[in-house]
Design a protein around this ligand. Structure first.
Ligand SMILES: Cc1cc2nc3c(=O)[nH]c(=O)nc-3n(C[C@H](O)[C@H](O)[C@H](O)COP(=O)(O)OP(=O)(O)OC[C@H]3O[C@@H](n4cnc5c(N)ncnc54)[C@H](O)[C@@H]3O)c2cc1C
Length: 402
């Protein structure tokens, strides 16, 4: 059985072609506009967001351009909480605009003292007449300084988090710092000082912020695995080409058994990663329960495997593998962050263990009507039981990290 259908495979190839045409371009807004022109952002249009098109597109884009993949996924990560919990007016104002590439989105959860333990965040939202006032500092926020709006998670009570959508030009919101990473990625700190937002900017009911964040992460974590698969596939492709042409000791490197063993291990790890990603995405698309366990497995395995595969590709290139500008050198820098963001590998292991030790059935995910041609691949008939998604052992305080 294949978890992907021909429509998903076509999307993957299309995203690869688009990514190739965008490779080397580094201007975030121009990339978003190009992705919109190519129709790829329509996957995020209001309606039920499917995981398999999302993952197929990420794998294809990451094969060619990590930055194009980042700009693509941030439009979803920043807008999905609004699609999930926001009212029709917010969906119209932000989700539709993000899916059209007219507004750039960001997701602001992490704080200097609240990374893996996201539930301990300190940014506050204080109730005032007609709205809320936000105070606090968010760090490592992708699209800081680029975004037109931020989905912000803030404390509205001692044991209560809520989500808000905040326009980038809201008085009191400043981009406190741009952070440079080892690979191109727009990111920085966002500060809120007496930042006033209207009552209508709150997503869902008061206190539902963490649930919104976790629902978002259950959907997007497999897609991090998909991006890892795209990077790893590119590394393997590069390695295969190199060992066929590079000669040492009178033979092509590909003639040595040691090289062949390494290629075989890379290929098997890649396929295993891809299958875990596709299974998690398929489970999401079935729509029964949130596939928390499968999402964490996919993210953990695929990102760790991709790191090993890229490292092997560098090794097979010898000294050339660490020369600035060579593809595998770039992949080596780009793959590293995937094991950290949207929950580190260690946090994925904690989630997996928690799901094993204390499985509980989640309420079904919210369903909404499908729209858009990129979103309508029919899920295969279920041949296995949907797995019981889990909830926190300690709701709203467990470590699950952004
Ligand atoms: C490229 C990139 C983009 C990002 N984009 C965003 C974004 O758009 N929005 C956003 O909100 N955040 C974003 N982040 C932040 C990211 O989600 C956090 O970096 C991540 O959740 C880890 O938090 P931390 O950096 O504070 O590490 P820490 O939580 O300090 O963890 C440090 C180490 O300790 C380990 N650790 C922590 N707790 C435990 C435990 N209980 N058991 C065992 N080990 C543990 C971790 O696994 C890690 O290895 C981004 C990060 C990166 C690198």
């Amino acid at each position: 059985m294949s978890f992907y259908e021909p429509a998903h495979e076509k999307l993957l190839l299309r995203a690869r072609a688009v990514g190739t045409s965008l490779a080397g371009r580094e201007e975030p807004r121009a990339l978003v506009e190009a992705l919109a022109r190519e129709g790829l952002l329509r996957v995020f249009a209001p309606g039920r967001l499917r995981a398999r098109p999302l993952c197929a597109l990420r794998e294809g884009l990451a094969h060619a351009s990590s930055l194009a993949d980042t700009m693509f996924v941030m439009q979803g990560l920043g807008s999905y909480p609004i699609a999930h919990s926001g009212n029709a007016a917010l969906v119209h104002r932000y989700v539709e605009e993000a899916a059209a590439g007219r507004r750039i989105a960001a997701f602001a959860l992490t704080e200097p003292e609240a990374g893996s333990d996201a539930a301990s965040l300190r940014t506050t939202a204080r109730r005032v007449r007609g709205g809320w006032v936000l105070d606090g500092l968010k760090t490592l926020i992708s699209n800081a300084g680029v975004a037109d709006f931020y989905t912000v998670f803030a404390r509205t009570g001692a044991k209560e988090l809520s989500a808000f959508v905040v326009d980038a030009d809201a008085p009191g919101l400043t981009v406190a710092r741009r952070i440079e990473l080892i690979a191109p990625h727009p990111i920085g700190d966002v500060a809120f000082r007496e930042c006033r937002v209207p009552e209508a900017a709150r997503l869902g009911v008061r206190g539902s912020g963490l649930e919104t964040a976790f629902a978002t992460l259950d959907l997007f974590r497999p897609s991090v695995g998909a991006a890892a698969v795209g990077l790893a596939q590119r590394a393997l492709d590069e390695a295969v080409e190199r060992v066929k042409t590079r000669r040492q000791f009178g033979s092509a490197l590909s003639d040595f058994q040691g090289t062949r063993f390494r290629l075989a291990e890379m290929q098997v790890e890649l396929d295993a990663a891809r299958l875990l990603v596709q299974r998690a995405a398929w489970l999401w698309d079935l729509g029964r329960e949130r596939p928390t366990l499968a999402a964490a497995e996919a993210k953990l395995f695929a990102t760790e495997a991709a790191q090993r595969i890229v490292d092997s590709a560098v090794q097979l290139h010898g000294g050339l593998g660490v020369v600035r500008g060579v593809v595998v050198e770039r992949l080596y820098r780009e793959v590293r962050a995937l094991r950290i963001y949207e929950g580190t590998s260690e946090i994925q292991k904690l989630i997996i263990a928690r799901e094993l030790l204390h499985p509980r059935t989640r309420p079904p995910r919210r369903r909404s009507p499908d729209r858009g041609s990129l979103r309508d691949a029919t899920p295969p008939r279920a041949t296995s039981q949907g797995h019981p998604g889990g909830v926190s052992l300690r709701p709203h305080t467990d470590n699950t990290g952004p």
